[in-house]
Write a protein that binds this ligand. Structure first.
Ligand SMILES: [Zn+2]
Length: 263
């Protein structure tokens, strides 16, 4: 939060300085340029998956080995998650599921199946509310810890990974995150953008050409969030993505298998 205030203060001071020293026309142009820069800066630091500015994140695997990490957000879903697990199992692939606490509580058998089949279970807040990004530190802490408690009550070990909704790391989130111990924040390097209405071909087109050693791929198995309810495109795309991985000699691993990612 202090960083955000410092940046705003600097921007204000620069604006005041310009208004005192530049001719009126130039002052307006310079102020507009400064505003664009500030907006761009905050957009990058909050939304870019590689930005470490507000919160340290893992966006790629540190390993040079030919491995990729497929990840699924927003589940578990009674119908879709089981089908995704079937497809992963048929290809001998492992993945990571960033589950919602309230959905995990409804489907503990799916959480146990993920664990039993070698996948990693991380969390993705308790309820996935929009206000999470603007909540108080206490609210953010509770949303994270409630989800961790649900999964910890189902599995023998508590989850060690967390992905914030939409991958955003706002200054509010950073304030709450500082109260959390024992979790690693994970974003991605490749995004399927399958939480919105889309097609399997479009998902494959976004993902396949960026499959490379170390990639972390963000997909979705949960329905009903972000406007997307139909996960058939994701399921169809997953089969093609797994085939592309095999063709390129890339092994799909669960993040928990890798030292330095999950503690
Ligand atoms: Zn999500």
């Amino acid at each position: 939060m202090l960083r955000a205030f410092a940046i705003k203060g600097l921007a204000l001071a620069a604006g005041l300085g310009m208004s005192q020293t530049l001719p009126p026309g130039w002052a307006l142009i310079a102020a507009t340029a400064l505003g664009v820069l500030v907006i761009g800066f905050f957009t990058y630091t909050i939304a870019h998956p590689r930005s470490q500015f507000f919160v340290p994140v893992v966006s790629r695997l540190a390993s040079d080995a030919p491995v990729v990490a497929l990840t699924f957000d927003d589940g578990p879903d009674a119908a879709v998650t089981a089908e995704i697990l079937d497809v992963l199992g048929a290809h001998g692939a492992r993945a990571t599921f960033f589950v919602l606490g309230e959905r995990a509580a409804r489907h503990p058998e799916l959480i146990r199946r993920m664990h039993r089949e070698g996948h990693t279970v991380g969390t993705h807040t308790q309820r996935h509310r929009l206000r999470f990004h603007f909540g108080s530190p206490r609210y953010i802490q509770r949303e994270i810890e409630d989800a961790v408690a649900v999964v910890a009550g189902i599995l023998p070990t508590p989850p060690a990974l967390f992905r914030p909704p939409q991958g955003l790391r706002t200054p509010c989130f950073a304030s709450g995150w500082r109260r959390i111990r024992g979790l690693t924040c994970v974003t991605w390097s490749v995004r399927g953008l399958d939480s919105r209405a889309t097609t399997a071909d479009a998902i494959v087109a976004r993902v396949a050409h960026r499959l490379a050693p170390g990639a972390i791929v963000a997909l979705h198995d949960g329905t009903g969030l972000g406007g997307g309810c139909d996960r058939r495109p994701t399921l169809a795309a997953l089969t093609t993505i797994l085939a592309a991985c095999r063709t390129r000699g890339l092994r799909c691993v669960a993040l928990g298998e890798l030292a330095g990612v999950a503690r």
